[in-house]
Design a protein around this ligand. Structure first.
Ligand code: NAD
Ligand code: MG
Length: 380
């Protein structure tokens, strides 16, 4: 029996992770949960799921019988490293996941990681924490889970390239001029997946795929030049690995995040899952296209940041996080998201990221630069 802590339990991934835990009471016990906002939803979850421990961002007004409650970032890291916990599902969104990730890995946990921002920003620190604690990092992001599975079919020196598929988001066929007036409601309508609003927006700008290129480089220790992106609007092929003899291994399934969440929790075992089987004859024709980096420059910027190294990936992510907030507040236009990220990258003096403080400083700088960009735009 494994004790599970779900960090970010009220979100899209967090709730699906809870489904996985509850579908396998013989294997998993819900030990701890955390959340940042929506107090009512969190209280309802605590009453229904009865974890042993719960962490919220601020004091909860109501106690819940049988649940030990604590608050704030320190408590979150403490839960991630709790000696009773075997598996941490990291379903927090944004760079806020980085500190609990480091705590969990240093404590030797298996981390089923959905959050990509922490990997993009954490770089070497994550590898160091893995070495130090002897923990395990198992990908949940569907593309990375697919690659992880395809890599099990050969040796590392036999791999030619990693091929990340991308749905292309809701605007994949629109000309660039038509993207200017996209509203938040249009931007979060993802064609194939139902997800939190920030990652849905990132899928529309292709920032999500840019973050995933960097995430794959980090997870699999692979150079950016040999990581490709392929647009595949049906989201049936979740990603592929090309081997040097010309063989391409692909991972296919119904688009259901419970599957990669469960695999990250049970690996190396495969057990039955609630995901409906994939009937390929029911699928519309599967199509693949090369991405247009002129229409979606966010992707090209990710490759450039990966190559530049240092704080550039941190700025790419931090600027995008801040720009997304401003877009949802109606203070930035859709195309201004990537423009503000580019503005921040142009002004950032790149330097090595030695420790967590360096990373958090670069992140803060990126966010300030985006606000500066927004101020110049609103004055113009
Ligand atoms: P979401 O917005 O639905 O949920 C986020 C969760 O994190 C919530 O429980 C929220 O309370 C918590 N949270 C937010 N800010 C926090 C903070 N500052 N400190 C602590 N907790 C905080 O997000 P999501 O769609 O579930 O995505 C979570 C992560 O998984 C993201 O990094 C995303 O890129 C990644 N991911 C999501 C999907 C998906 O299908 N939703 C797929 C692949 C990867
Ligand atoms: Mg993904």
């Amino acid at each position: 029996m494994k004790n599970v802590a779900i960090l970010g339990s009220t979100g899209s991934i967090g709730r699906q992770a809870l489904d996985v835990v509850q579908a396998h009471p013989d294997r998993f016990r819900l030990y701890g949960v955390s959340a940042h906002s929506s107090e009512d939803a969190f209280l309802a979850l605590l009453r229904a799921a009865q974890p042993r421990r719960a962490v919220f961002s601020r004091p909860l007004l109501e106690p819940v019988p049988g649940v030990e409650l604590s608050f704030g970032v320190r408590a979150l890291c403490d839960l991630a490293a709790d000696p009773q916990v075997d598996v941490v599902v990291l379903a927090i969104s944004g760079i806020a996941a980085l500190t609990p990730l480091l705590s969990a890995l240093k404590a030797g946990k298996r981390v089923a990681i959905a959050n990509k921002e922490s990997l993009v920003c954490g770089g070497d620190l994550v590898q160091e924490a893995l070495r130090q604690g002897g923990g395990e990092l198992l990908p949940v992001d569907s593309e990375q889970s697919a690659i992880f599975q395809c890599l099990q079919n050969g040796r590392r020196d036999e791999v030619e390239k990693l091929i990340l598929t991308a749905s292309g988001g809701p605007f994949f066929r629109r000309p660039r001029e038509a993207l200017k007036d996209i509203t938040p409601a249009e931007a979060v309508k993802h064609p194939t997946w139902s997800m939190g609003r920030k990652i849905s927006l990132d899928s529309a700008t292709l920032m999500n795929k840019g973050l995933e290129v960097i995430e794959a480089a980090r997870l699999f220790d692979f150079p950016g030049e040999r990581i490709e992106v392929l647009i595949h609007p049906q989201s049936v092929v979740h990603s592929m690995v090309a081997y040097r003899d010309g063989t391409v291994m692909a991972n296919l399934s119904a688009a259901d995040m419970r599957l990669p969440i469960q695999y990250a929790m049970t690996w190396p075992d495969r057990i039955p899952s609630p995901t409906r089987p994939l009937n390929l004859w029911e699928q519309p024709d599967l199509a693949f296209y090369q991405p247009d980096m002129d229409r979606f420059p966010a992707l090209r910027m990710a490759y450039d940041c990966l190559k530049a190294g240092g704080g550039c990936p941190v700025v790419y992510n931090g600027a995008n996080e801040r720009a997304a907030e401003l877009f949802f507040d109606g203070r930035l236009g859709f195309l201004e998201i990537e423009e503000s990220v580019s503005y921040a990258l142009d002004r950032f003096q790149n330097r090595p990221m030695g420790d967590l403080e360096d990373i958090l400083l670069a992140d803060g700088e990126a966010r300030r630069l985006v606000v500066e960009f927004q101020n110049t735009r609103s004055k113009a």
